[in-house]
Design a protein around this ligand. Structure first.
Ligand code: NDP
Length: 244
């Protein structure tokens, strides 16, 4: 997919592994400048080797003060991908304060903080921008043992709309992508039982899970001017699951 303007600067939050890492690689291949933000430095070092010229920032995005220090003076950014998330399995009746606080800080509060920093920069520079957050199908349907994680993703839906409404007058678009299951380290935590994985796959009308490339393509589409009239919305990357 083409981004229709070279020389754009992108920031990817949660860039060390999985979908975030592949998004950095795709944006780099398309000629965008990339600031890759993640928590494990070895991931960022190996990513820099694969994508020469990218900038890396190593910070725990669940820590407000550390994030402010690390990203408060980040330069101009045209494209933002809020991809960071953590997932700890707990059924609703066993959900704890500690898991609630940490998961909301990492998955949701970081979206607010990083988006504020980037959007304020866009407004200051007077440039248009596009923000894409990686949400999930669990914003729409329940999945066993993911009570707190699902709440963060459900809240991202209304946050995406609020941001789209408030930032639209500054020509900043805000959208989400909502994948179901994508083979990464995170999904391995959920699909430990091969039989459950098989049955779940069968429930998808297309009889497959999405691949990382499918999610990255949807992110690139929403970042690009090809989706110019779209804001406050989202793309389901779910192999038809919600239709079933
Ligand atoms: P991974 O766990 O593979 O990668 C997540 C990345 O985010 C890692 O590099 C991780 O670093 C980083 N990260 C996590 N916590 C922090 C933090 N506090 N500060 C900075 N960086 C952090 O996840 P996926 O690629 O699978 O998921 C990416 C997004 O897609 C998430 O938002 C997830 O909720 C969503 N999603 C994934 C699905 C799937 O099936 N995989 C399905 C639906 C949605 P480190 O490893 O060092 O912690």
């Amino acid at each position: 997919m083409q981004l229709n303007s070279s020389g754009l600067q992108a920031l990817v939050a949660g860039a060390g592994k999985g979908i975030g890492r592949d998004t950095v690689k795709a944006l780099h291949a398309l000629g965008a400048g990339v600031i890759a933000v993640s928590r494990t430095n070895t991931d960022l070092v190996s990513l820099s080797k694969e994508c020469p010229g990218i900038e890396t920032v190593c910070v725990d995005l669940g820590d407000w003060e550390a994030t402010e220090q690390a990203l408060g003076n980040v330069g101009p950014v045209d494209l933002l991908v809020n991809n960071v998330a953590m997932l700890l399995k707990q059924p609703f009746l066993e959900a704890t304060k500690e898991v609630f606080d940490r998961t909301f800080n990492v998955n949701l509060r970081s979206m607010i903080q990083v988006s504020q920093i980037v959007a304020q920069g866009m407004i200051h520079q007077g440039v248009p921008g596009s923000i894409v957050s990686v949400s999930s199908m669990v914003a729409h349907v329940s999945f066993p043992n993911l009570a707190v994680y699902s709440c963060t993703k459900g809240t991202m839906t209304i946050l995406t709309k609020v941001m789209a409404a408030e930032l639209g007058p500054y020509k900043i678009r805000v959208n989400s992508v909502n994948p179901k299951v994508v083979p990464t380290a995170m999904s391995q935590k959920v699909l430990t039982d091969p039989e459950l994985a098989r049955k779940l796959k069968e429930r998808h009308p297309l009889q497959k899970f999405a691949e990382m490339e499918d999610v990255v393509n949807s992110i690139l589409f929403l970042l690009s001017d090809r989706s110019a009239p779209t804001s406050g919305s989202g793309i389901l990357v779910d192999a038809g699951y919600l239709a079933s």
